[in-house]
Design a protein around this ligand. Structure first.
Ligand code: C2E
Ligand code: MG
Ligand code: MG
Length: 714
């Protein structure tokens, strides 16, 4: 036997053979199976090309679906078998050497497009058929009218030969005649149908106008009507039809009979249901997808006065890590398991679970008592996540952050509700995850304002909406003002004055911090120069110095050193009048490259202060590596000294830090001094300078000038 492996062409043939074997039995064709298979080869080849093509070609796959209809595979079972066959064998025989996962994904997209193409072609064909049915109906009406009076035989031929179901009843609804096709549709003998009355065929799914149209027709007020109607077959199954009913009049024009033309649409309806299912459900988990969820949410929000809804928005914590470390297949299995568990949480009427995408799920509850029900739903969800998910022999812990929104219908749009749920979920996540949070309009408003602020930031700088306040730095030994820290504020046209905590993080996030920081530096150095001019070159304590805060992003910006030098030179201010404040956290783990600009600035004479010292890791050993000259002790230390006597532990810590700092030749500044008692305590502990409300709140530059002057003369 030959050990030669199959070539691509052989594999394509094999695929085609399997396909034709599956589909041939349900195809009404006069071809032999071999001939039929020949017909499928170009379609198989096309599919194989589409599978391996660079981009996804949905139209190509639709054309293959449409070609199936052309090949008389009009029985929806033919489509089902085709899709099964493509699903099972296309990748196997035609994918080549590429990644199998990609090919699988492509194959399932191809199947969707094929099904859509198939349905489209079938619909067009049906429309064409209906057109000829309508023609036949017109002819039949003429023929029937005549036949009843003249040629019975000719009418019979049309009646019996028609491929669609035809029935004739009198105006009381007694069925008089039915043709073969109609009997086949009902799966019944002519006798059984002929003894029925039309009015007996009421079906629960009848459209509301169905029987009104019927009454109008039998009263002679309408010539015909057309609708979709369901009938119960004797075996209990449902027959769906496209029904056209026409009124037949006698030679004098008086209403005499009613003629029904019926087309069996049951299979097509099932196919449509399947397509609708696929369009509204997530392929991986089988849960309703985003579009179906939106449909339901909108319905709940439009439910009318007095109705309420509850929504849980779940995002898994750390799902990306699972995907990255265990692979997408494991990630998918985790999602499927989570989906199953969530599904089990929302089984009551009015409840649903959906997957919005990725690792985001939602659960909706409607009906009475949603205030209580949504809490219970959230609790059930958090509970089902507790048990680890076992994948490839590993137990994975699943954690999630849940945002809960509950409220009355009619107040918000679906998009607004979902945004609120999303914001709330993020609040749960940023509080550490593995918890649920309840939506809070104020928190929503803050998040929305944050968004608004972010978009308004860039123009704010251009429009000059920022300004700087200065807070004096006072020498603890003699109480003289030695300088000031520049603290930026934003005069927002709507929100008024905003503190840096509201917008500095946003500016850091968007990168605007670089131009904003440069502006603060420029402005405050200009201010330092103005003080000096008004104040005289020297006070007893030397020139007033200016402290400017630097963000981590500014530190890593390549223009930092050059910009600073330029600004100082332009203002004619010596580098030693400037102190740059850098937070400890910005320098944690900093490598030499990041520290280089700071070293350069320090070499030039600019002081570097380590801001908020004590809030981070406070790695004292690290201090040696840094070009720092000043430690600014965080406010949390001074807080413990508000009362007299101060907390002895705080005192010990501060004392230790001060003595260590001094031994490393660092000066110590304390922040947040609010009382005289604190100031005294800190002076005794050996701190050098202080800053805080006890001396002055941050304020306009002129006030600082006055303070310094009082102090110099007084
Ligand atoms: P920081 O550098 O630690 O500034 C000290 C903060 O403590 C200031 O808050 C100041 O108003 C406040 N403060 C001063 N004395 C007292 C006191 O006695 N009691 C209390 N409770 N608070 C006091 P502010 O102005 O809100 O600034 C907050 C932070 O924003 C600053 O902390 C600084 O990190 C940052 N920041 C301010 N301006 C700028 C800037 O121009 N650029 C950058 N990158 N960050 C800035
Ligand atoms: Mg500071
Ligand atoms: Mg600070």
């Amino acid at each position: 036997m030959s050990a030669e492996p199959d070539g691509p062409e052989d594999r394509l043939r094999r695929f085609t053979t399997i396909w034709s074997r599956a589909v041939y039995p349900v195809t009404s064709t006069s071809l032999t199976r071999a001939e039929f298979e020949e017909q499928l080869i170009p379609l198989a080849r096309r599919l194989s090309e589409l599978l391996r093509a660079h981009g996804f070609d949905g139209d190509g796959a639709k054309a293959v679906g449409a070609a199936l209809v052309g090949a008389h595979c009009t029985d929806p079972e033919a489509l089902t078998r085709t899709l099964d066959c493509v699903d099972a064998y296309l990748v196997l025989y035609c994918a080549g050497d590429g990644p199998q996962d990609d090919a699988r994904l492509r194959s399932s997209r191809l199947q969707h497009a094929m099904a859509a193409g198939y349905a489209g072609a079938l619909r067009e064909r049906t429309l064409a058929e209906q057109e000829s049915i309508a023609q036949a109906a017109l002819r039949a009406q003429g023929v029937v009218a005549q036949a009843l009076h003249t040629s019975e035989a000719r009418f019979r031929a049309v009646f019996e030969g028609a491929a669609i179901g035809i029935g004739i009843a009198d105006l009381d609804g007694n069925v008089l005649q039915v043709n073969e096709a109609l009997l086949r549709m009902f799966g019944q003998s002519g006798h059984a149908l002929r003894d029925r009355r039309v009015q007996d065929w009421v079906h629960p799914e009848d459209a509301p106008q169905t029987w009104k149209l019927y009454d109008e027709l039998v009263r002679g007020e309408r010539e015909h009507y057309h609708l979709e109607k369901a009938f119960n077959r004797p075996d209990g199954t449902v027959l769906w039809t496209n029904l056209t009913v026409s009124l037949l009049r006698d030679a004098d024009g008086n209403p005499q009979y009613q003629l029904a033309l019926m087309e069996d649409t049951t299979e097509r309806r099932l196919l449509n249901l399947r397509l609708r299912y696929e369009a509204t459900h997530d392929a991986l988990t089988g849960l309703p997808n985003r579009s179906l969820f939106f449909e339901r949410l909108e319905k709940a929000l439009n439910a009318g006065e007095g109705q309420r809804f509850g929504l849980c928005y779940l995002d898994l914590d750390g799902f990306k890590t699972v995907n990255d470390s265990l692979g997408h297949a494991a990630g998918d299995r985790l999602l499927v398991e989570v989906a199953d568990r969530l599904q089990s949480c929302a089984t009551a009427p009015g409840e649903m679970v959906a997957r919005l995408g990725g690792d985001e799920f939602v659960a909706l509850t409607t009906g009475p008592g949603t205030e209580r029900k949504v809490d219970e739903l959230a609790e059930r969800i958090m509970n089902v996540l507790v048990t680890p998910v076992s994948i490839d022999g590993r137990d994975l812990l699943v954690r999630g952050s849940l945002g809960i929104v509950e409220g009355p219908a009619g107040e918000r749009t679906a998009a607004e509700v979902l945004r609120s749920a999303d914001i709330t979920m993020y609040r749960a996540k940023s509080a550490g995850g593995n918890r649920s949070e309840l939506a809070d309009p104020e928190a929503d408003a803050r998040a929305i304002t944050r968004h608004g602020l972010t978009t308004a930031l860039p123009t704010a700088l251009e429009r000059g909406e920022f300004f700087i306040e200065y807070q004096p730095l006072v020498h603890l030994g003699d109480g003289s003002v030695r300088g000031a820290e520049a603290l930026v504020r934003w005069l927002h046209p709507q929100h008024g004055v905003l503190g840096p905590d509201r917008f500095i993080p946003l500016a850091e996030h968007t990168g605007l911090i670089v131009p904003l920081g440069r502006w603060v530096l420029e402005e405050s150095i200009r201010q330092a120069r103005a003080w000096r001019e008004r104040h005289g070159e020297e006070t007893t304590a030397g020139p007033l110095r200016i402290n400017v805060n630097l963000s981590p992003c500014q530190l890593s910006h390549p223009g930092l050193v050059q910009d600073t030098v330029d600004i100082l030179e332009r203002a004619g201010v010596a580098p030693d009048a400037l102190c740059l404040e850098v937070t400890e956290s910005a320098l944690i783990g900093a490598d030499d490259d990041l520290l280089k600009p700071l070293h350069r600035l320090a070499e030039m004479g600019v002081d570097i202060a380590l801001d908020d010292f004590g809030t981070g890791y406070s790695n004292l050993a690290n201090l040696r590596r840094l070009p720092v000259r000043i430690l600014k002790l965080d406010r949390s230390f001074t807080r413990g000294m508000q009362q007299f006597p101060a907390d002895p532990v705080d005192l010990k810590i501060v004392e230790g830090i001060v003595s260590l700092a001094h031994s490393l030749d660092l000066a110590v500044t304390v922040e947040g001094v609010e009382t005289g008692a604190q100031a005294e305590q800190l002076r005794i502990l050996g701190c050098d300078t202080a800053q805080g409300w006890y001396y002055a709140r941050p304020g306009p530059p002129d006030r600082l000038h006055d303070l310094a002057l009082v102090d110099a003369t007084g």
